[in-house]
Ligand binder design. Structure first.
Ligand SMILES: *Cc1c(COP(=O)(O)O)cnc(C)c1O
Length: 230
């Protein structure tokens, strides 16, 4: 069995164990394999081992890999910072976008989503770490952004995403993840259902699952260390 297949199986086992330990139903947390910086051949190998959802951070890289792997039934998730001049490629290529942090980007994605494709699934990225992080909208701004995104015709609002600052402190990490859970509850109270909490990476997967994650985004633990900083 290949190194990548073994690594995928190990992560699947860790995820299953974290899910069980959190008292959640088996399969409650989806695994997104983050393939940024790794070649299409590596994605093909992980796909052959059964993985279907892959995440990319860079628009050009998403575009190139999606073209090269067009023969596979991959669900592509765009999870990186998105500038307005690159939205068209993402609207035409991705199935999901996790990194919506302002309305203008969401409006462009909705307008540019080809009519023959189903609505683009989106999550709003929330800055749960204050000054420790630059990405994501402030928690206080999230409800208004969520309402506006929910009204866009070619987008399907699915939930919330966060990237907490790296911290060895379990309580701090739990508090960061709890911000998304609280926002989800707040929106549910006004009738806006969010079925996805995209949180947890290689280093904090178990904590995220314990905090209610429904999708973990795992790169390093599957593909290995990246060759250039990303
Ligand atoms: C790179 C990246 C990941 C995966 O991180 P690992 O630590 O390699 O698991 C997850 N989410 C986002 C947004 C990323 O950019």
């Amino acid at each position: 069995m290949s190194q990548l297949t073994l690594a995928l199986h190990a992560v699947q086992a860790q995820l299953a164990e974290a899910t069980r330990l959190s008292g959640r139903e088996a399969g409650a947390v989806q695994l997104l394999a983050v393939s940024k910086t790794f070649p299409a051949a590596a994605v093909r190998e992980v796909y052959a081992a059964g993985q279907r959802a892959f995440g990319e951070n860079y628009v050009q890289e998403l575009q190139a890999k999606a073209a090269e792997l067009a023969d596979l039934a991959i669900t592509w998730h765009f999870i990186g910072p998105l500038q307005s001049n690159k939205t068209r490629i993402v609207a035409e290529t991705a199935h999901w976008v996790h990194s919506i942090e302002r309305l203008k980007i969401a409006e462009r994605l909705s307008a540019q989503r080809p009519a023959h494709l189903p609505p683009l699934n989106v999550c709003v990225q929330v800055n749960v770490s204050g000054e420790e992080s630059k990405s994501g909208c402030a928690p206080a701004e999230a409800p208004a952004l969520l309402r506006a995104v929910a009204a866009l015709p070619q987008l399907q609002l699915r939930g919330l995403m966060c990237i907490p600052e790296p911290t060895p402190d379990a309580a701090t990490l739990a508090a960061r993840f709890a911000v998304l859970r609280q926002l989800q509850a707040q929106m549910a109270a006004e009738g806006l259902v969010l079925d996805t909490l995209s949180m947890g990476m290689s280093s904090d997967m178990a904590a995220a699952v314990a905090a209610g994650s429904t999708m973990v985004r795992v790169g390093t633990a599957i593909f290995g260390a990246r060759q250039y900083p990303a």
